[in-house]
Write a protein that binds this ligand. Structure first.
Ligand SMILES: Cc1cc2nc3c(=O)[nH]c(=O)nc-3n(C[C@H](O)[C@H](O)[C@H](O)COP(=O)(O)OP(=O)(O)OC[C@H]3O[C@@H](n4cnc5c(N)ncnc54)[C@H](O)[C@@H]3O)c2cc1C
Length: 412
């Protein structure tokens, strides 16, 4: 009989085990992590493009707004173990962190592997065994909990479920435990991909694949908007601007992309009209004028080319002879490029999962199940998903801290 079994050795599970000794006041725990995959923390290794964006700078009071409609419901756990507390905790354990100019916080080594190895090391130091290749297929509450995996049976006084969502299933977070939880009578909000590239009808930017607009603004018909880098892939809009807006769109939603928010359309129109009136500019090929005006300010030249092509504008025509309706159409595309969303790139490309165990299933300060005392949840298995920028790992760590703290406070 273990004191605690953690199901899932990802960010939340490893962090809970790594924090156990601090939270138990040094008392030893007989703990076990059951990880379904071949090694713990496979997704953690991918975070922040291998650099691991641990959390974000700023006041913790600003954090809940970064988790959509459920942000208010996770306020207690975020406040209970904040971004500042996280940095302090990691640094006390010897893992230095740094804050980038954009407010994103990373390990000073910029190595997700270092974070993963650090947490695994601390978990083991705290007396946790880590068994890999142990996919849990059933949880039976009774006198404690009986946990069945594909191979074995384990028993524990407490269980902390940290099995993540459904995104990037190749990392082991395949959503397989949700059906087990539903069988137990725990309500699970249907999962859907979030922070995911968006697909649109008639996507014209395949040839631009790999190029990006430094700062674009995407506005959904709900009025929600996101601003940031916009990356063009073969079939999707990606990059932070697209990932953020994915939360607010469904197939059929209309979106508008402003590829050049540093200026408004009227201002660009007036500047170009003034250029057109000058002899030197009026004589130039129209594409050259647009390139000099926009590409010199960072808009990819290749994007302008596609706009000329798709709007049927002759790039070689002298600017003075370019029909006003033609260059206005190009400005429309630059400032409010309209699309109908056809879907997303799906779970295989989604950074997080929206949906999961309903937050009303758990006590908001402790993450303990209301239905099954002794059963706890942390991380993405819960119905909370955040923006890019470190908010998802912060929630994984804060909720793991809250759960492990309650386990230690109440049961040791
Ligand atoms: C490419 C990518 C980059 C990201 N970058 C960042 C970033 O820089 N900053 C940030 O804040 N967030 C980032 N995220 C999101 C972040 O990684 C997740 O929100 C976070 O890992 C969630 O932690 P978790 O422990 O809840 O789940 P996971 O880390 O997904 O861990 C769940 C674990 O449970 C195991 N498991 C699942 N089912 C079972 C089962 N039945 N039995 C046993 N084990 C099971 C899985 O194998 C997995 O190891 C990124 C996500 C992706 C995909």
């Amino acid at each position: 009989m273990y004191d605690i079994i953690i199901i899932g050795g990802g960010a939340a599970g490893l962090f809970a085990a790594a924090a156990a000794s601090r939270l138990s006041g040094g008392k030893s725990l007989k703990g076990l992590i059951l990880e379904g995959g071949p090694e713990p923390g496979q997704k953690l290794l991918l975070t922040g493009a291998g650099q691991c964006n641990l959390t974000h700078d700023g006041s913790i009071k600003d954090f809940p707004a970064h988790y959509g409609k459920n942000g208010g419901k996770i306020r207690s756990v975020l406040y209970g173990f904040s971004n500042v507390a996280l940095r302090r905790f990691l640094e006390e354990q010897g893992l230095e962190t740094v804050c980038r100019e954009d407010g994103k916080i990373y390990p000073a080594s910029f190595s997700a592997r270092q974070v993963r190895d650090h947490l695994v090391g601390k978990a083991k130091e705290n007396g946790f065994e880590i068994l890999t290749g142990q996919k849990v297929t059933d949880i039976l509450p009774g006198d404690g909990f009986r946990i069945t995996t594909e191979q074995d049976l384990f028993t524990a006084k407490r269980v902390l479920v940290c099995t993540g969502g459904c995104s990037f299933p190749a990392t082991g977070s395949d959503g397989s435990l949700f059906s087990v939880l539903e069988r137990m009578g725990i309500t699970v909000t249907p999962c859907r991909p979030a922070l995911v590239p968006v697909t649109v009808e008639g996507y014209p930017y395949g040839p631009l694949s790999g190029a990006s607009v430094k700062s674009a603004r995407i506005t959904a018909e709900t009025g929600d908007a996101s601003e940031g880098d916009l990356l063009f892939t073969h079939r999707t809009f990606s990059g932070p601007a697209a990932l953020h807006i994915s939360r607010y769109v469904r197939p059929g939603s209309r979106i508008r992309i402003d590829h050049f928010p540093e200026m408004d359309r009227g201002e660009a129109l007036r500047s170009l009209a003034a250029l057109r009136r000058t002899k030197a500019e009026g004589r130039k090929e129209s594409f050259t004028v647009f390139r000099e005006f926009f590409a010199s300010r960072g808009l990819p030249e290749a994007l302008l080319r596609i706009l000329f092509e798709t709007e049927g504008a002759d790039p070689h025509r002298r600017f003075a002879e370019m029909p006003a309706v033609e260059w206005e159409k190009i400005l429309d595309r630059i400032f409010r490029d309209p699309f109908t969303v056809s879907g997303t790139a799906g779970f295989s490309a989604a950074m997080v999962t929206a949906g999961g165990v309903e937050l009303k299933e758990v006590y908001p300060k402790t993450m303990e199940s209301r239905k099954f005392p002794g059963l706890y949840f942390a991380g993405e298995v819960l119905d909370a998903d955040g923006d890019t920028g470190g908010y998802n790992l912060q929630f994984a760590f804060s909720s793991a801290w809250a759960a492990m703290k309650d386990i230690c406070d109440k049961h040791l």
